[in-house]
Design a protein around this ligand. Structure first.
Ligand code: GAR
Length: 208
């Protein structure tokens, strides 16, 4: 398969550590990878993900959501900041903020489908929102049963919270001895493989 367009230009959105961003930057640094990180957006001025962007020589944009009275006001400034940057796909990588229809509309593809993807550390059919690994361990949100495995999910983003069509999933076993730290570490390793694979497949036109 050859890439559909020369290269898929990504805007990667982060809020914190940005280890998924790092896996995408590393993949894009490979000569035959059909995507590039055109810019990194961050809604927290103190996030470590910004250092990762800087170290990779990638432009970043920071609009701290704490400076705005509403999601819409925040997104209006964010959209202005992205307006002159050519972006084909928005990649949410630990971006812990819900996007409104205003933003999603701006990044719809020509055929009307979503132009935004997200990675979630649980099966989005069972659990939505933050704290996916805690959910798998039965810690949060309501002390439910501990699962035998969780399912990392990459999905298209729609107007709901983690409700968009699923693109790919990967199992992560929950071992009897797992605490949050151990499960997260093992889960993130899987995330770091899965997300670049999905991005490559999108760039190759597999989901068109
Ligand atoms: C990842 O585990 C990602 O799946 C999760 O946040 C973490 C970000 O880690 N995202 C969500 O929970 C979204 N609902 P990172 O900043 O090291 O990539």
């Amino acid at each position: 398969m050859t890439p559909k367009s020369p290269i898929l230009r990504l805007a990667v959105f982060v809020s914190g550590s940005g280890s998924n961003l790092q896996s995408i930057l590393d993949a894009c640094a490979q000569a035959d990878f059909p995507a590039e990180v055109a810019c990194v957006f961050c809604n927290r001025s103190d996030a470590y993900g910004l250092a990762r962007a800087r170290d990779a020589g990638v432009a970043s944009l920071v609009v701290d959501d704490r400076d705005f009275p509403s999601r819409r006001a925040h997104e209006e400034v964010l959209l202005k900041g992205l307006a002159d940057r050519p972006v084909d796909l928005v990649v949410l990588a630990g971006y812990m903020r819900i996007l409104t229809p205003l933003f999603l509309q701006a990044f719809r593809r020509a055929d009307g489908r979503s132009g935004v993807i997200n990675i979630h550390p649980a099966d989005t059919r069972d659990y939505q929102g933050a704290h996916g690994y805690e959910y798998a361990l039965g810690i949060k949100p309501h002390g439910l049963n501990r699962l035998e495995k969780t399912k990392i999910t990459v999905h298209w983003v729609d107007d709901g919270v983690d409700t968009g069509p699923i693109i790919a999933q990967a199992d992560v076993p929950v071992l009897p001895e797992d605490d949050l730290r151990a499960l997260k570490a093992r889960g993130l390793e899987i995330e770091h493989q899965l997300y670049p694979e999905v991005i490559r497949d999108i760039a190759m036109g597999r989901y068109d």
